[in-house]
Design a protein around this ligand. Structure first.
Ligand code: SF4
Length: 256
């Protein structure tokens, strides 16, 4: 498993201080965003992560379990993006929430340590009892379930518990042909590779590097990398679904 794990690098498997160290790292990252250590001009506002094999397949990369980011690797991504000023995180889950064992820990970490609003982008409305229980443990006012327009009505019951239910589909008039929004997004595939945004996930022309091999602040401020998509029309319209800045705009409009 490749990772620049704070945990594993420092402690070995049996370190009893692993969890406190992890929490300290998260809190340190959280504090950086409001301190002078955080880059004042950091453009990062959104984290967009693809945590399941579906995301890997979308990237047309070889599927090898050892290539998947582990929990600690994902927490590193959230901590780094959080320290750069991220305000939202969208997790592309795919067909089911249940097979992703640590997804709830990522959501909880993002909300409780970094104060992020969290969107779960699902392509199936079948939520298990466990899913509902775990959803209920999150901060409802910072939790958004993102789904296709046709599935929204079957998820409305969640609104009774305070969870926001939002349409994930991006309309043609919302998507710019020349899109500069990737400059505000840290987008990571299941193998830890960074891409400009979800629309171009898996396209090597838009590969920004390895999230576990280079600091996010260096990647996001590296002007030699493609932090925009010059012709979105060359890609499928639904590839923009659940794009974090568009989701955020839509969700906040509904809340005012
Ligand atoms: S997903 Fe679409 S709208 Fe979002 S940043 Fe990429 S190109 Fe722009």
């Amino acid at each position: 498993m490749k990772t620049k794990s704070y945990w594993k690098r420092d402690r070995g498997a049996a370190d009893p201080f692993g969890l406190p160290k992890r929490i300290a790292t998260g809190l340190e990252s959280s504090m950086k965003r409001s301190s002078e250590e955080a880059p004042a001009d950091s453009p990062v506002r959104y984290i967009w992560i693809y945590v399941t094999e579906e995301g890997l397949q979308r990237g047309r990369r070889p599927s090898d379990a050892d290539d998947f980011l582990d929990l600690d690797g994902w927490l590193n991504v959230i901590d780094e993006a959080g320290s750069l000023g991220a305000e939202w995180m969208v997790i592309h889950v795919g067909s089911s929430l249940s097979p992703v064992p640590y997804i709830w820990r990522l959501c909880d970490w993002a909300q409780s340590v970094h104060g992020l609003r969290v969107g779960l982008h699902v392509s199936n409305t079948c939520l298990s009892e466990d899913d509902l229980e775990n959803l209920g443990r999150l901060e409802a006012d910072k939790t958004y379930l993102l789904a296709d327009k046709e599935d929204i009505d079957s998820l409305r019951f969640l609104e009774a518990s305070g969870v926001h239910v939002c349409e994930a589909n991006v309309r043609a008039d919302e998507r710019a042909k020349y899109c500069t929004k990737p400059g505000t997004i840290t987008c990571v595939g299941p193998d830890g590779q960074l891409f400009s945004c979800g629309l171009v996930m898996g396209d090597d022309q838009y590969l920004l590097g390895d999230s576990q091999g280079r600091r996010l602040c260096d990647v996001m401020s590296d002007d030699s990398l493609p932090h925009l998509v010059p012709n979105t029309n060359a890609f499928p319209q639904n590839g923009c679904d659940a794009c974090p800045p568009l989701v955020a705009e839509r969700a906040l409009e509904r809340e005012v």
